[in-house]
Design a protein around this ligand. Sequence first.
Ligand code: CA
Length: 257
Amino acid sequence: MDTDTIRGEDERKMIAGGAHRAFISRWENGHVRVLLVEDELRMASLIRRGLLKEGLAVDVTPTGEDALWMAQASEYDAIVLDVMLPGISGFETCERLRKSSVWAPVLMLTARDSVEDRVMGLDTGADDYLVKPFAFAELLARLRALVRRGDVERPSVLEVGDLRLDPATRRVWRGDTEIQLSAKEFAVLETFMRRPEEVLTRDHLLDHAWDFSYENRSNIVDVYVRHLRSKIDLPFGRRSLETIRGVGYRLRASDPA
Ligand code: CA
């Protein structure tokens, strides 16, 4: 089967369009602009027609090379990026977009339902992926979620001061020194590093670093913050993890004076 095409059934859904109108107002007002990177003409024109029907503005290019300059020349609300492209692949395109500080949400279209592909896509900075063949309704739903989220800066390696955290390889460094963390310590630190200089409440930390609730909700956070301090701060004579009394904690790029 040619996996680079949409099945007939989905195609009809796509052409029918229109049925998925319960969208956010920005979407409804037609202010959403999408860059579609797809070399298969038929696929590209089907997706383009479907998105136009939803009132979105769509630019199409068949190559990653073009996508790189187009995404820097215009501000897109989302980029739909096929993995299999002539020239540089969708993976490389995504990586280079992020390196050139283009943070528009990327929805990757992968032809193979392979876990490695999906992981690789997300590690190169993509925000979501769809496996071909897919239903157009699903493409719309994913796009809507991405556009709602917006283009917050999501560098693949997080840096706060001289602290670096790589979510892909799950490694952490203070300066040149690598730090060994447990899985949960890593999750807590990642939560802090995604919001540096912000005061995070214990509830925020619990929601982002734990996927189920503990009975003693506050205490567990305090315990993990102590663990983290003993690994990322104390050995380096630093005090980057600040306690904000009565509120929560804050990770500082430079130590408080
Ligand atoms: Ca392709």
